[in-house]
Design a protein around this ligand. Structure first.
Ligand code: 4AZ
Length: 418
């Protein structure tokens, strides 16, 4: 009841300033509590890696499974990856499971072992041992109904670190930084390149000055172009450097041998391919490791995207640059490339064209010998071309012409054993 003229003993609490203060304090306390709650529920999460080896008994190990470039290797790996993904997505760990990737298929007896890494995300407050046993039991259950893959049921799950995961990947070919961490985020094109983005890129230097690009195909072999050595065949003048900067390289290694294709013809640019052997093998790490080589039979689809990387000049007649750059281009069919308004028949079957319609993205002088790479369905990168020639740089209808690596797959194996 409202009684005018009387002051209640409690009225000082209703002082509007005190009320406002109390409300503000309440809101602040509530906000902090909510923040803490959200933090512990959502942001206290950490990623965890696990390794497991699946012994597949009813798939016979053949040569076709010895390289990630074959369709057999891709198919089997994809089957295993999707089986694991399905098992976790149908389990109560679905919100914690992130990815599974077959790092390697190898022979055991007459069967195949798949080494798999799996990535999860859960709160630090979860008990690691109990998470591991939940993961193990879901995989165990999966094995009992693995369709037509017969898998040894005694598989062990081991908890591994991010560094272990990285080491597993860098021993194999073709993994870029995003795959090393099984990240969902893809590396998006910028023009300049971060350290480790193209870990197989090599700078071949003549008396310590960048001269040509190259690509690491094993720990001691670099694939490049034959024309780089036309005037300088002496390996003692050459070094290979690693890292995105040619002036502050991460590593510099002497060249032991240079093997250019014996049928390289400067007039037609036929067989513009060479391999160089490093004086000592490089130790692979996240920033330095090898690309995958395609199968001889792999067809390169016109219109599919590819990346060319190098320290070449930005305009025809310009100087090389000191920081590595990348360009996204698309494969162009040899017929289109050989049109009368284009190269008019100079592009031979062992060559490959790649560019963009405007011409504006292209390899140029100093990019020679460097790689043109493509990503496969499992996010592994393959070298499909070696920068070889072109009419100047960035000219419409005159895209970059590359040595078609698939045509030389057997030559590379003969020369290097890779
Ligand atoms: C060169 O002279 C060169 N636009 C390399 C690549 C291309 C042109 C010239 C392709 O080394």
């Amino acid at each position: 009841m409202y009684r005018p003229g009387r002051v209640s003993p409690y009225s000082r609490f209703l002082n509007p300033f005190a009320v406002a203060l109390a409300v503000i304090a309440g809101v602040v306390i509530l906000a902090v509590a909510t923040g803490l709650l959200i933090h512990f529920l959502a942001f206290d999460k950490k990623t965890y890696f696990y390794h497991s080896s699946f012994h597949i008994l009813n798939v016979r190990y053949t040569d076709a499974l010895s390289s990630p470039a074959t369709q057999e290797y891709r198919n089997l790996s994809e089957r295993i990856e999707s089986m694991i993904t399905r098992a976790f997505e149908e389990s109560d760990l679905r919100s914690h499971f992130l990815r599974a990737h077959v790092v390697k298929l190898r022979q055991e007896g007459s069967g195949v072992v798949a080494d798999v890494v799996m990535k999860f995300r859960y709160s630090r407050r979860n008990n690691g041992a109990s998470m591991k046993s939940r993961i193990q039991s879901i995989l165990q259950q999966m094995l009992s109904n693995s369709g037509n893959l017969e898998i040894n049921s005694s598989n062990e799950v081991t908890s591994i670190t991010g560094q272990d995961t990285e080491n597993l990947f860098t021993q194999e070919c073709g993994a870029r930084a995003d795959l090393l961490t099984l990240s969902e985020e893809r590396i998006l094109g910028g023009i300049l390149v971060d350290e480790g983005e193209w870990p197989w890129q090599v700078s071949l230097q003549l008396n310590n000055v960048h001269h040509c690009g190259g690509v690491l195909i094993s720990n001691s072999w670099v694939l490049t172009a034959a024309h780089c050595f036309r005037s300088y065949p002496n390996p003692q003048q050459w070094t290979a450097t690693f890292g995105t900067s040619t002036i502050y390289p991460r590593r510099r290694v002497r060249i032991r041998t240079i093997s250019a294709h014996r049928d390289y013809r400067p007039s037609t640019r036929e067989n513009d391919i060479a391999v160089v052997q490093l004086e000592r093998p490089v130790t692979f790490n996240r920033n330095i490791h090898r690309v995958c080589l395609p199968e001889a039979t792999q067809s390169i689809t016109p219109g599919s995207p590819a990346y060319v990387t190098g320290w070449g000049s930005l305009i025809y007649g310009g100087n090389s640059v000191s920081d590595l750059r990348q360009g996204q281009v698309r494969i162009i069919s040899t017929d289109v490339c050989n049109a009368p308004a284009g190269y008019g028949g100079s592009v031979l079957p062992e060559m490959l064209c790649a560019g963009v319609p405007s011409g504006a993205v292209d390899a140029c002088q100093g990019d020679s010998g460097g790689p043109l790479v493509q990503e496969d369905s499992r996010r592994l990168w393959f070298v499909v071309g070696i920068v070889s020639w072109g009419y100047q740089c960035g000219v419409p209808n005159h895209p970059g012409v590359y040595t078609r690596v698939t045509s030389y797959r057997d030559w590379i194996r003969q020369e290097t054993g890779v």
